[in-house]
Design a protein around this ligand. Structure first.
Ligand code: NAI
Length: 432
């Protein structure tokens, strides 16, 4: 099924404006919920920082990314866009943008893994000047398969944890050809997007897909990083009994002191009604765990790649599979138990039949950070050797300030006396 193509019945409100015309424009609602991106787009239309550049965007092609692509175009770029995950593309978004002046899609809804790979290669053959990536797939492919293209790219930016890990591995190996910003690592990205955006959207999709209650259930969260913490906090606030598994002692301790039970997956397996993986690693839930799970346990992945739940193990254990609900694959095991895998083990908040990704207000800051990072690197790329760089704090703070402006939230300004106090490390001034 190609998702996002069904247009809902709509009754226009009396006070409806052009921006509310969602039936014809799949980005209209999102534009109305991304004031920060709109403000950067307005500025970019005047300043045109990407004039003459071809910018590649690889991300989940749903309405929020559509609005980001519009922002990059507003800055003057020719935008080539491809999915970062073959199953998360919304066909109506691609159709809406593709072929308009300055936009070209290398995507369609419901792509096979092979078609996804081929589309990314075709995009790279168009020799983009800048690559804005989600998962580092496009950047990695450029280096592995299109070295002449990679050597001419001016700058890159990466928005997710798994992608930054890959990007840093490329830099450590000395193969990275251009300066790149680790946008995922900015406070404005991971405090909001990973914790709250993924936390809310992953659970929303688990609940809609299963139509099952969370309250009173035992929920096992694998990984207590930014994503896992958000998922676990929100599960508990809905009334679940939360269990966390971790490999990092400090994060395990953090989960413990945050009030979650901490154990290993072998012990958690028989207890869980719901399992959510968020580790960025692989094979986190596998045969030895499936063997111990209760019948009816539900399995969902919130990590970037579909390798956290070892689906091959499930498939080899099962006598047959059925699809009792859209987005749920039921594995029937020889001992009579069944286990329900959501969204085929892919990102549950982005690839299930009801998935809409993060709330727009959260992605507003993520894509604003990507935009600001790209604009800065386009200006400064000649000063920087190929490497992975943290986004300068001044840029991150500026995004936060503008977001607060859009929310109408006022903050304190330190007084002169407060600033002097902070600098007076001897505490010599008796007036303090
Ligand atoms: P993180 O690095 O902050 O946290 C991952 C945690 O998993 C770490 O604490 C690590 O010690 C733990 N871990 C690693 N292997 C483990 C194992 N075998 N068992 C238990 N714990 C293990 O990363 P973050 O930001 O929380 O991201 C996690 C994943 O989620 C990444 O793949 C990231 O790309 C993805 N992500 C997904 C989003 C979505 O929309 N679904 C949004 C943002 C990130």
């Amino acid at each position: 099924m190609s998702r996002g193509t069904q247009k809902p019945e709509r009754r226009p409100a009396d006070d409806e404006t052009e921006d509310d015309a969602t039936a014809d424009d799949p980005l209209a609602w999102t534009r109305g919920h991304t004031p920060l991106l709109q403000s950067y787009a307005e500025e970019a239309r005047r300043e045109r920082p990407f004039d003459g550049l071809t910018v590649a965007v690889a991300s989940h092609l749903e309405p929020k990314t559509g609005v980001f692509i519009e922002t990059v175009r507003a800055a003057g770029a020719e935008v080539l866009f491809a999915p970062s995950e073959p199953q998360s593309t919304h066909g109506d978004v691609v159709q809406f943008l593709d072929g308009r002046d300055g936009f070209e899609a290398f995507a369609e809804a419901g792509m096979s893994d092979e078609a996804f790979e081929a589309a990314q290669h075709r995009l790279l053959e168009r020799r983009p000047d800048v690559i804005l990536d989600d998962g580092c797939e496009l950047i990695a492919k450029a280096h592995a398969d299109h070295p002449a293209v990679a050597s001419e790219v001016l700058a890159g930016a990466e928005q997710t944890t798994a992608g930054v890990t890959r990007l840093r591995a490329m830099a450590d190996e000395g193969v990275l050809e251009f300066p790149s910003y680790a946008v995922n690592d900015t406070p404005m990205k991971h405090y909001f997007d990973n914790v709250h955006g993924t936390g809310e959207s992953a659970l929303a999709n688990v609940m809609i897909t299963t139509n099952a209650m969370v309250a009173g259930k035992t929920a096992v969260v694998a990984g207590y990083g930014y994503v896992g913490r958000g998922v676990a906090q929100k599960l508990r606030s809905l009334g679940a009994d939360t269990v966390v598994t971790e490999v990092d002692p400090r994060r395990a301790l953090q989960a413990h002191t945050d009030g979650h039970r901490v154990t290993n997956m072998a012990d958690a397996a028989p207890e869980g009604d719901l399992f959510v993986t968020a580790t960025g690693s692989r094979d986190v839930v596998r045969r030895e765990h499936f063997e111990r799970m209760a019948s009816g346990a539900k399995l969902a992945n919130a990590g970037h790649f579909d390798v956290e739940i070892l689906v091959d193990d499930l498939a080899s254990m099962a006598t047959r599979t059925t699809e009792p609900r859209a987005g749920v694959t039921r594995y029937h095991l020889p001992d009579g138990r069944h286990l329900d895998l959501l969204a085929e083990g892919r990102l549950v908040n982005l690839t299930g039949p009801y998935s809409q990704g993060h709330p727009a207000e959260v992605i507003d800051t993520t894509f604003a950070s990507m935009f600001v990072a790209a604009r800065d690197l386009v200006e400064r790329h000649e000063e920087l050797a190929p490497d992975v760089y943290d986004v300068p704090d001044r840029l991150d703070k500026a995004v936060a300030e503008r977001k607060l402006d859009t929310l109408g939230v006022e903050i304190e300004t330190p007084t002169e006396r407060q600033e002097a106090y902070a600098e007076d490390w001897r505490h010599e001034d008796s007036s303090f």
